[in-house]
Each structure stands twice: as C-alpha cells, then as structure tokens.
Design a protein around this ligand. Structure first.
Ligand SMILES: [Zn+2]
Length: 339
C-alpha cells in the first residue's frame, strides 16, 4: 500500500552537466560521456533504493531533453531545418526541428540504458518516454496532412520502442503528456487514441504523466493565468479512465487542482503528486501524509501511489534528495496510520 515512485527525472550531478539548469550541455563527450551518464544513473538508482522509493527510474540521466532524447535517433526528422514554434499554446518560443519525411525507427533508442538500469536494481523499474501528442507539440510538421496523422505515426514508432523495452524487463512504461492539459479538445479528439496506440500490446504496466510543467519561469507565469481552480484534468480524465492505460500521474501538492478530480479515474492506479517540484521549499513527511489523506477522500488507498508532481531535473541536487526522503517517509507514515 502507498508504494512510492517519482515522475521521472532527477538533477544531473555537476560532473555530468551544469547543475540546476534545464537542457544543460554535457560536460564530456564520446565514451567518457557514456560512462559519466551511467555513473550518474547508478548513483540515483542506489539513492532511490536507499531512501525507500519503491518503483525507481534512471533519473533520466541519459538524456538532455525529455522529447529530443527520443527523437534524436528517429528517421524522417530534419534537425537542420529549424522552425520557430510557440510551445504549449505559445507559452514559450523554441526553434524546433522539422518532420520532413515519414518517421521511422531504424534501431532501438533506449535499449542500452534500460539494460544498464535493469542490471543494477531489483526494485520495480519505470522508464519514461514522451507521449505522441507532446512530441507533436515539440516538433514542426513539414510532412503529414494533420498533427493528428503525425501523432499516430509517432505512436507507431513509440510502440515499437516500448515493446523492445518491455522485453528487457521494464515494469512500467510511462508516456509523458504535459500537452494533454493544454490542448484538451485535441487530447479528446486524437491525443488519447494516439497514446493508446503507443501503449498497445505492452506486457508491462503502462502509465501517463500529465502535469503543469517544471518550475521554470514560463510555466510559473502560465500557471498565474489559470485562475483559482485548475480544472483542465476534468476535461480529459473521463476519456483516460475509459482507456487501457493502467496508471495516471497528476499534480496535487501545492497546485490549484481540486482533489475531487481523482473521482473521475475510478478504474486507474493513481500516482498522486505529493511533492512540489516548482519550489525550493522542502515538504515534511507530515505534509506528504496530508496530501495522501486528502486523496483518500476520493480514491481507495490501495490505488494511491505517492509520487512527485513532475520531474526534478532543474532542482538543486541536495534538495531533490531531501524531497525523495520526505516522499518515502510520508508514505511510511500513511502506511502506519492506514495500512
Ligand atoms: Zn511533468
């Protein structure tokens, strides 16, 4: 009961990349970089185990960007043709690569990373991939008729990759879809179909992570425009509950999301965000317990998995460790009181 996990990413150690910065450049290259990434993943796997996190991740130490890390080895993308695009409904502008031909996976993308992580933990192991709709909000379409068509093509490619990873012993494959609560109509029209295509036929657990983003300035400003109550989840959860995805990861700690949205997911396991990643303030185990108990008003305890709101990549490393500790200790308090 109250098995803990994290959304996915953890800070990069200073010897791997510049700390406390999103998408920071690597500090080495070639075989030295490969080894440095493995060392960083190893440290985080063992830290999570030691602190008592039940389902661990590689902390996303092998990739710089959560979408481009996957796309880098996919055919059909022109990395030279940059298009300036307003990401997440123009929350911020980025020069993105352009799809100029059918997208194809010509070789395994994350296989070596998964083999490494699997070899170093006996805990349940979750691996994260970008969701098809969020990929389409992070890359320009210069080939497909519609964004929905492009999403379905990426879903096919993701499915091939996910099946390969499941065969290597991953216990949970999570698709990150922060775009879902920005484009709620598109999510209902084709985003959730594309997600199900990506997760089709996997013989491990499947999950979707839907958040309000890292604690970066553009996201903080956007959250300021969302009003007192954030009701985006309400528009997409009914269709997600009807989908074949097993687990849903959502923000709850310190967010303006009404906890009652959990009642829209009666058939899912819930990764309840009990750790805020957009603040340097450290939650106590009692704070974590409080959010778990709020969630229990709307969901059976045996479906609740305490989790972080989102990835912790941009946080200070010591703070991230302390937050993991509070997450595990808060879940332990909940088990003592309600187990
Ligand atoms: Zn997130």
């Amino acid at each position: 009961m109250f098995k803990t996990t994290i959304a996915g990413s953890l800070p990069k150690p200073a010897w791997l990349a510049e700390p406390e910065k999103l998408w920071a450049a690597w500090r080495s290259e070639g075989t030295e970089l490969v080894q440095a990434k493995r060392d960083a993943a190893f440290v985080w796997i063992k830290e999570q185990e030691e602190l008592g996190i039940d389902t661990v991740t590689d902390g996303e130490q092998f990739r710089s960007h959560f979408v481009h890390g996957f796309l880098e080895s996919i055919e059909g993308i022109d990395w030279e043709t940059k298009t300036t695009m307003g990401i997440r409904d123009n929350r911020y502008e980025v020069d993105v690569p352009t799809v100029t031909a059918p997208v194809r996976r010509t070789r395994p993308v994350h296989g070596d990373e998964v083999r490494f992580t699997r070899a170093h933990t006996n805990h349940a192991f979750k691996f994260t991939l970008p969701g098809p709709m969020t990929i389409c909000d992070t890359i320009a379409n210069g080939y497909y008729d519609t964004r929905a068509d492009m999403a379905m093509a990426f879903a096919e490619v993701l499915n091939q990759e996910a099946k390969g990873l499941a065969a290597l012993g991953v216990d949970v494959i999570q698709f990150d879809e922060p775009a879902f609560n920005v484009f709620m109509d598109d999510a209902n029209e084709w985003g959730i179909d594309a997600l199900e295509r990506a997760a089709d036929g996997l013989d491990c657990k499947t999950a979707v992570h839907i958040c309000y983003g890292y604690g970066i300035e553009a996201n903080i400003q956007w959250k300021g425009t969302l009003g007192e109550e954030w009701r985006q989840y309400e528009r997409i959860f009914p269709a997600i509950n009807a989908s074949r995805i097993d687990q849903v990861s959502l923000e709850c700690a310190n967010s303006h999301v009404p906890m009652s949205v959990l009642s829209l997911l009666p058939d899912k396991e819930l990764m309840v965000g009990v750790i805020d990643v957009a603040t340097d303030a450290l939650e106590t185990p009692e704070d974590v317990l409080r959010v778990i108990e709020e969630a229990m008003q709307y969901a059976d305890a045996d479906r609740i998995m305490p989790c972080t709101n989102c990835g912790m990549a941009p946080l200070n490393r010591t703070l991230a460790e302390a937050k993991l500790d509070s997450l595990a200790k808060g879940a332990e308090l909940a088990r003592k009181r309600h187990g």
